[in-house]
Design a protein around this ligand. Structure first.
Ligand code: FAD
Length: 159
């Protein structure tokens, strides 16, 4: 096991998968997720990996669809998101659609049970300084306003 701890901001689809992949490789992870202390305008549940709109992961055909091929590649890589999606699957023809509540519950349970993953409920309001070490920002399209403003400010300064 590595001594390094990686910080992940946001436990949506991206943050949850990143945490899982790192932890499965022996790397400790600390997730900073603002729910349920604070919700974006679209998020409603305290669970991680909340699907805020469609419950479809689109085509699951790995022979004729690039999206289906990506699903298959993620399964081969030990994806938590794909394993939970397959377990929470509902009938949808050739698409992979899920019961969104069951899907998010499964992801949350697995993340919280992993011995190398810790999580803290807090909103991160600015990009962390170097004392944080390695950080993955996975706050998605509805990033908290303060963090979004800080990212914009820092990008503007560099331009
Ligand atoms: C209204 C809406 C509808 C959408 N519909 C679809 C769709 O139908 N199909 C599709 O493929 N995609 C859709 N998307 C895009 C969708 O957001 C992404 O597919 C997917 O959810 C992105 O995953 P993510 O992990 O990047 O972000 P998210 O799943 O949004 O996860 C981000 C997480 O970060 C947390 N967070 C945010 N800011 C902070 C902070 N400052 N500190 C701590 N935690 C924070 C949030 O609470 C959340 O849990 C939609 C997006 C929106 C906004």
């Amino acid at each position: 096991m590595s001594d390094t701890q990686i910080h992940i901001i946001g436990a949506g689809l991206a943050g949850s998968e990143a945490a899982w992949q790192l932890a499965e490789r022996g790397i400790r992870v600390l997730i900073h997720e603002m729910k349920p202390q604070k919700f974006s305008p679209a998020h409603k549940s305290a669970d991680y990996a909340e699907l805020v709109c469609s419950n479809s992961f689109r085509s699951d055909n790995h022979q004729n669809s690039a999206i289906g091929l990506l699903h298959q590649e993620m399964r081969l890589a030990g994806s938590l998101i794909m394993r939970c999606a397959d377990a929470a699957k509902v009938p949808a023809g050739g698409a992979l659609a899920v019961d969104r509540d069951e899907f998010a519950r499964r992801v949350t349970e697995e993340i919280k049970a992993h011995p190398l993953i810790d999580s803290v409920c807090e909103e991160i309001t600015a990009l962390p300084d170097a004392s944080f070490g390695e950080v993955i920002v996975a706050t998605g399209p509805l990033t908290g306003e303060a963090l979004a403003e800080d990212i914009l400010k820092q990008i503007s300064h560099q331009a």
